[in-house]
Design a protein around this ligand. Structure first.
Ligand SMILES: C[S@@+](CC[C@H](N)C(=O)[O-])C[C@H]1O[C@@H](n2cnc3c(N)ncnc32)[C@H](O)[C@@H]1O
Length: 270
């Protein structure tokens, strides 16, 4: 049944089919791949592993994982819209919803799910299915942003720039919540993963700052383009958005990324 929101609750807040989406997904790789790679290396990622990357986006991490597990290991990338994922000799790309494409039980040495669970209202059920897909001793890396920490501005060129940035964040995150995203879920991931019987659950939290025109500022710039209609509907004017985009390219601005929680757990060995 379609509800008062036209059935939009729980629908992913971005759309990979838009012109700007490729940029957005590439910027995510720039900002986040180093940290996620580190977690996978610490977890023992090695040639021969079978790995699934859930919601692989532009496939920046996927491609790296393919190299690490080659030649005998295989990688599966699942995405609602996988058009930006490059092909590879040991990569299978699956188009669709992870809820319908959970890997077979006890089939995966590792599963990575970055910036997906925070968007899914039924994230705990989805996570439980992914845990069942791990081989005994297999590892899952759950990476999501805690967007409830909002002390993001390290340096602002002007009070007006600060006001625009904060208003943009308010509107964007409120829109995400209206689509079922939980901006603080990342903080609960360790407890939920413990509850699913994973062992050695550990989370690593990181954020670095970026100048205007780099990293996270480019991501915000891209998001402001992708979500222009929604931001205007929420009260920002087109002039505000033009001004905001100039601020986001200004090297006098420095902002921290949202806190990235990378939580790793292992299915008990048989
Ligand atoms: C924010 S992007 C993150 C991309 C990538 N994991 C990264 O961190 O760079 C979320 C990705 O997950 C995909 N996605 C969202 N909901 C999904 C679902 N239910 N099943 C499969 N993919 C999904 C989107 O299409 C998008 O490519």
């Amino acid at each position: 049944m379609v509800g008062p929101d036209g059935g939009m609750t729980g629908r992913y807040m971005f759309d990979n089919a838009t012109m700007e989406a490729r940029n957005q997904l590439q910027y995510l790789g720039t900002v986040l791949d180093l940290g996620t790679r580190r977690a996978l290396v610490e977890a023992g990622l090695a040639p021969g592993w079978n790995v699934t990357d859930v919601g692989a986006g532009a496939g920046t991490l996927t491609t790296w994982i393919c190299d690490q597990v080659a030649p005998s290991g295989r990688v599966t990338a699942v995405d609602l819209d996988p058009r930006h994922i490059p092909s590879g000799p040991n990569l299978t790309v699956c188009a669709g919803d992870i809820r319908d494409l959970v890997p077979a039980e006890a089939s995966q040495d590792a599963i990575v799910v970055r910036l997906v669970l925070m968007h899914l209202p039924d994230r705990e059920e989805v996570l439980a299915g992914l845990v069942r897909a791990l081989v005994p001793g297999g590892v899952i890396v759950v990476a999501d942003w805690d967007c409830t920490w909002r002390d993001l501005i390290r340096r602002s060129p002007s009070p007006r720039a600060t006001e625009l940035f904060e208003r943009f964040q308010d509107k964007l995150l409120t829109f995400g919540e209206s689509r079922g995203a939980d901006m603080g879920w990342a903080k609960r991931a360790p407890e939920v993963m413990d509850g699913l019987g994973l062992v050695g659950v550990t989370s690593h939290i990181e954020s670095r700052s970026w100048r205007g025109g780099t990293g996270i500022c480019l991501l915000h710039h891209s998001n402001s383009i992708q979500k222009e209609a929604e931001l205007v509907a929420a009260g920002m004017s087109l002039d505000d958005l033009v001004e905001l985009r100039a601020v986001l390219m200004d090297p006098e601005l420095a902002v921290s990324g949202y806190l990235m929680h990378t939580t790793v757990g292992r299915r008990p060995a048989a």
